[in-house]
Design a protein around this ligand. Structure first.
Ligand SMILES: Cc1ncc(COP(=O)(O)O)c(C=O)c1O
Length: 323
């Protein structure tokens, strides 16, 4: 197997170069990203008091259409996350969803695209608290292919434990909480793996660095429950429905022991960035025979076809950008 650096070099369009010329949305106006500026004294920059979302839009070349995947649900989750940090959004899910389609049209996106909404404590203040601090809101977009390879990745259990709900809730998509992810993913890369697997404080499997985790054992699809310090993923929810409705699998949300990963028939990560990313190696051991398994493959195929609008089922999951 090639090293993680060689495998990353084969992953095109990580979107790390985000154009400053693209249109963004910032506090009520569409502006060039270069002009969407914040002060060095911004509370969120100093203390991580922001909430973000990650949304994907898929280009369907045949239909000349760009489809945003489960757009409203992302803003519903954003509203829930914002409640934790006492941040007020500038509109409800439908208004914010309309801003996304406007922004994608303004940028004339005709390729797979990532949308990043960000709500944050915008006040210039050093007071470490949540109330009486002005809120800000912005969004930017950029082209994005695979965030991690979808052809089989290696994962490592992190020595860093997942942040627990009684310290820093993983249920909220809180900017500052992603330091936990960065530490674990960096460690995974140093151990020649693309993705980290977090354990909870009591030693159960939680999730990947920025993706939920599924395991196939004895014909059932199993994923950690919402009380094992996971982000309640929208892709996770979609795949649970597809596995049940399309593949007829029994889907279980239950705690997973670390060593169950070593004896699993299949493992895969899922998320807006990761999409469906099969995991073929964990902690230096091949997952089953080390090849991508049939459940991972079937779910990846269905997810991609549905999200891109090549499969017309689940129309309520797609928002068309162009008339
Ligand atoms: C920590 C974490 N877990 C899981 C996910 C997957 O969530 P979703 O499918 O809603 O993108 C993400 C984001 O992609 C994440 O950052």
């Amino acid at each position: 197997m090639a090293s993680v650096k060689e495998r990353q070099a084969q992953t095109p369009a990580l979107g790390l170069e985000i154009s400053e010329e693209a249109w963004a949305y910032h506090d009520g106006d569409f502006v060039r990203l270069a002009d969407a500026k914040v002060s060095l004294a911004t509370h969120a920059l100093n203390y991580g008091t922001g909430i973000f979302e990650g949304i994907r839009a898929y280009w369907n070349a045949e239909q000349e259409q760009l489809y945003v995947f489960r757009l409203r649900e992302h803003f519903e989750r954003m509203e829930r996350s914002c409640r934790m940090l006492k941040i007020a959004l500038p509109g409800g899910p439908d208004e914010l969803a309309a801003l996304v389609t406007d922004l994608l049209r303004l940028n004339q996106m005709r390729t797979d695209t990532y949308v990043r909404p960000l709500a944050y404590k915008a006040a210039r203040s050093i007071k470490v608290a949540l109330s009486a601090l002005r809120d800000g809101f912005g969004m930017f977009t950029f082209p994005l292919g695979d965030y991690v390879p979808t052809t089989g990745i290696a994962a490592r259990t992190a020595s860093w434990r997942r942040i627990s709900d009684d310290a820093l809730p993983a249920r909220g998509k809180i900017t500052g909480a992603y330091v936990n992810t960065a530490l674990a993913v960096e460690e995974a890369h140093e151990a020649d793996a693309e993705e980290a697997i977090f354990l909870t404080r009591d030693g159960h499997v939680s999730e990947g660095g920025s993706a939920n985790l599924f395991m196939v054992r004895a014909g059932a699809l199993i994923t950690p429950p919402v009380y094992d310090d996971i982000l309640e993923g929208i892709t996770r929810d979609s795949l649970m429905r597809l596995a049940h409705d399309e593949l007829g699998l029994s889907v279980l949300e239950r705690s997973i022991d670390r060593t169950e990963l070593y004896v699993a028939d299949e493992l895969f990560f899922c998320g807006t960035g990761a999409q469906v990313a099969p995991c073929v190696r964990v902690d230096g051991r091949p997952v089953a025979d080390g090849a991508i398994g049939p459940v991972s493959r079937a779910l990846a195929t269905s997810y991609t076809a549905i999200a891109r609008g090549q499969d017309e089922r689940y129309p309520e999951w797609r928002t068309a950008v162009y008339a």
